[in-house]
Every structure is written in C-alpha cells, then in structure tokens.
Design a protein around this ligand. Sequence first.
Ligand code: CA
Length: 232
Amino acid sequence: MKRILIIEDEQKIAELERDYLEMEGFEVVIAGDGNTGLSLALNEAFDLLILDLMLPGIDGFNICREIRQHKDLSIIMVTAKGENIDTIRGLGLGADDYMTKPFNPQELVARVKSHIRRYDLLTSKRSQQMSEINIGYLRIEIDARRVYVNDKEVVFTTKEFDTLLLLAENPNIVFEKGTIFERIWGLDSIGDLATVAVHIRRIREKIEVDPANPEYIETVWGAGYRFKKSNS
Ligand code: CA
C-alpha cells in the first residue's frame, strides 16, 4: 500500500485530503506541525508528501529543503490563496508540484496518482535494464537511485536524478529542453523550460569537476543537451 504523509496545520483540510486519499486506497499519516512532520518524513518510509507552506514550527520551505538534502521523495507543495505560486516556484525548492488552496480534493488525488505512477514507471523500467552506469569517475546506481563521483556519494533530488538518468541512459543523443521537460515533469505539470536549465546546472555542479567546462553533459547550442560517453 502506498503511504502518504500530509503536513498541514488546518485540521479540516488535512482530514478532507486524508478522506479522499483513503477512498483511493492510500495509507495516510497526518502531522499538524512542521517539526513533527519533518521528523516523520525523514524517519519513516513514504511514497509522497503533501506539504503545506505556512506551518507552526519549521515551515514548508525549510522542510522541503531539508528533505531534498536527505531523501528521494515526491513533494506536492500546497500554498494558501494570496501566496504567489510563481514566486514560490522561483525559489527553486525542488517540490515536484504546487497547488493553491482551496482546491478540489479530486484534483489533488489525481495529481498524487500521477506522481506515484510516474515514479513507479521510471523505477520499474530501470530494474529490467542494467542496474548500474559507470562512466569515467561517475557511477549511477539505478535501482538504489544513488550517484557517486569518485566513489563519493552525491545527493540528488528526484528530478535531478531522473534528468541525469534520462541523459546517461541515452548517451550521444541530443535531448531538447522541451523533450526533457515532457519526459521528466510530464505534460500536465506546471513549470517551464527554464526549470530544465536550472536542473542541468545543478547536476553539473554535482558531477562535473569544472561545471563551466562540462565533461559529461554537453550543451548543444540551439538544440539541447547531450551526454558524452567519450571519457569512459
Ligand atoms: Ca498552514
């Protein structure tokens, strides 16, 4: 059974979300403040997190940042009316999706399902293929979703990992930003092509010795990005 954590201080909203998700067969845990929520998210296994932005204790911004440093977990960030969703997205917290309250609970359920389905699809497709990619000083453990640079583990967010893997599994093929966005974020997602560029930059900072002169992910001007295999 898929487990979902809701971190939300408005009890009525949290219970409404839980009821709809339970009707769809999800197991749901609610945390009413930031500190409890963060500790649950870090210490227990969940498939997805629904995270309210303004919370007593640690707020949604810091929870998101903290989780991204330690865990690969899909996050739907929920904001109150009046909080500018574009500004929040622009902060680059790395949530997978954003919704503004009040929203239709059925829409939330639909998005939860779509994120979980996408995650399952990506992981199951991989397990049928090779389990590890080794190129130069870079090693990607596909099933474990871990990345090592010179045998030192580097922490990746869900989307950064998915983007790197898409490119690394298809070396020497040029991917346009639009294609990457479609494959990793899905057509129904909110966001734009700048998101792709931001993720590529972060990946380079993590895997490249000199991110300004990348050895792995090459920019093909006017076309997109290509993973070079020549240094293997
Ligand atoms: Ca709140």
